[in-house]
Design a protein. Structure first.
Lengths: 396, 160
């Protein structure tokens, strides 16, 4: 009997995992014992970190996307459809097209959705760079501002210890913004204020609380004249008065408000009824070592959909994917999981428009920052312009 | 710009705090007939929850398992408990709980008078009164597990 493995989600996690599964299970696949399917609701795969650069006028749309099918090994069945229902108990997916698929093993890599509408006034008056169109809109604003105040904030999920999307991105864009405005010759007339919410002091991904980064980053901001504050948790925005209001009771005026928005899981995950996350955020309860959905041995979760205390970023997927592939192979071949995720995440932080800072951490060790250098910047540019696509293909 | 964590002493306490928090980031569960398990959840919107598994023999915790889905404060307090096992007894737990409550109320910060000097790491939480219930969660779970074990033992005596 052929075993069906279905990967749901055509982002970086799902794409690399489908490819890695074929590599891992190639003997079974060529014997016709295993079939790998990837389901995505988009014919395109987007390099999502590039949206950050779109906000600064870089990356045309065709530079940051590829046809999904072109990134997949030929052994993978690519299905363009959307999952409307996860029936974990029946090992079945209900599709928008009306089809349904039964699986022996499932990988859920459906990402998360920026949801500025969850904070009153934010959708109307705020900007972000986590999707293409909002990033373009932000570019229009920062490329024309002549003077005023740009207020930057971060919203964390309500679920304890679950960080916002890409932990380092707000800091990266703040430094890029500083350099961008200097190049435009208007930096002296534009005040940049970077804030972090009170809750950030309680989660490990608060870079300002981690000892080593806490010693490095404030001085970097100080040296560039970027004002930084803790204790601002955005509660609402008054679009008329252009005022950001905090849970702590402060009010801050802005000409541009760049806010990392609230995030949530996709509808089908929310509707599955499995999540225990507060505030209807929908993160799936994920075994921290095996990456199995708690209570379901044949379902694995990765990327932004997990409730793990690690960054929601491609650098997490890169380390989760081999663990999931090894564990599915272990279950098929020996009836048990054989690998454990250690919480490893790596990234190269963009420190301004040219420099880069390689960094990494895991469950046990906090971020260890390295010096921001041009070499680091070249590594990041190399990743942006080419290496990423090899990672998606499971080659690197 | 001044931050609360700018002094060396506080930064060292932060480092220690993070060490304890990291020590329970991986779940460790116990199974077996002699394992008592209990979960408590905070009343906050974040629904922080702490599950402890304990093997308690003759009033002494010999092994502790945990599943912490809570902020770093509860992770750190769970880590401190876990480091005190094996050998933890109820009297010491209650005294530590009292010390912890005192620290959170900003009434005592001298580590020499604390039953467990490492409780001092929670001076960082004094300014977050909304989160104090989360710090205390693991202590309250274990306190209830001691009571559960005691009632089990009493029932056993009566039946015997």
């Amino acid at each position: 009997m052929i075993k069906n493995i279905i990967v749901v989600g055509g982002g970086i996690g799902g794409t690399m995992t489908a490819n890695n599964l074929v590599s891992k299970l190639y003997p079974e696949i060529i014997r016709g014992e295993v079939r790998v399917m990837l389901i995505s609701n988009s014919p395109w795969h987007y390099y999502k970190p590039a949206f950050m650069y779109v906000a600064f006028g870089a990356f045309y749309k065709d530079e940051l996307r590829r046809h999904q099918a072109s990134l997949l090994r030929p052994e993978i069945d690519f299905i363009l459809d959307q999952v409307d229902g996860f029936e974990f108990s029946n090992s079945r997916l209900r599709m928008r097209s009306g089809d349904s698929y039964d699986y022996d093993y499932l990988v859920v890599s459906t990402g998360c959705i920026p949801s500025p509408e969850r904070i009153e006034g934010l959708k109307e008056a705020g900007d972000h760079f986590y999707q293409h169109d909002p990033a373009r809109q932000l570019y229009e604003k920062i490329s024309t501002i002549e003077k005023g105040r740009i207020f930057i904030g971060v919203t964390f999920p309500t679920t304890p210890n679950v960080p916002h999307q890409c932990g380092i991105a707000p800091m990266e864009t703040t430094l890029m913004l500083d350099e961008f405005l200097r190049r435009r010759g208007v930096r002296d007339q534009v005040e940049i204020v970077y804030t972090y919410p009170t809750i950030a002091q309680l989660v490990r991904n608060c870079l300002f609380l981690q000892k080593q980064t806490g010693e490095v980053l404030p001085s970097v901001f100080d040296s560039k004249g970027i004002i930084h504050k803790r204790g601002f948790t955005l509660a609402s925005v008054d679009p008329e008065r252009k005022i950001a209001i905090s849970e702590e009771g402060d009010e801050e005026n802005f000409d541009i408000l760049i806010q990392t928005p609230p995030i949530r899981a996709v509808d089908a995950v929310l509707d599955s009824g499995i999540s225990q996350a507060p505030n209807n955020e929908g993160w799936l309860p994920t075994d921290r070592q095996t990456l199995q959905l708690e209570g379901f041995e044949n379902v694995f979760v990765m990327g932004d959909t997990v409730d793990l205390p690690i960054s929601k970023a491609g650098g997490s997927c890169h380390n989760q994917s081999p663990v999931i592939c090894n564990n599915i192979a272990g279950l098929m071949r020996w009836g048990k999981t054989v690998d454990e995720y250690d919480g490893k995440v790596q990234a190269i932080a963009q420190m301004g428009l040219e420099a880069g800072m390689p960094l990494w951490y895991d469950y046990d060790v906090d971020v260890i920052p390295t010096p921001a250098t041009k070499i680091g910047g070249l590594m990041r540019k190399g990743f942006n312009r080419g290496v990423y696509w090899s990672v998606a293909r499971g080659l690197v | 710009m001044h931050h609360p964590a700018d002094t060396k002493e506080q930064i060292d306490l932060l480092a220690l705090f993070r060490q304890y928090a990291a020590s329970v980031r991986r779940d460790r569960r116990l199974a077996g007939d002699n394992v008592l398990t209990l979960t408590l959840q905070s009343q906050l919107a974040s629904h922080d929850s702490v599950t402890l598994d304990a093997k308690i023999e003759a009033g002494v915790v010999s092994e502790l398992g945990y599943r912490v889905r809570a902020c770093s404060l509860a992770q750190a307090s769970t880590g401190i408990l876990a480091a005190r096992v094996p050998g933890l007894i109820e009297v010491d737990l209650l005294r530590a709980l009292k010390d912890l409550e005192t620290i959170l109320q900003n009434q005592q910060t001298d580590s020499n008078t604390l039953i467990w000097p490492e409780l001092q790491v929670f001076v960082n939480a004094i300014g977050m009164p909304d989160r104090h219930q989360v710090v205390l969660l693991p202590f309250q779970v274990l306190q209830q597990l001691f009571k559960l074990e005691e009632s089990k033992a009493n029932t056993g005596c009566l039946q015997g």
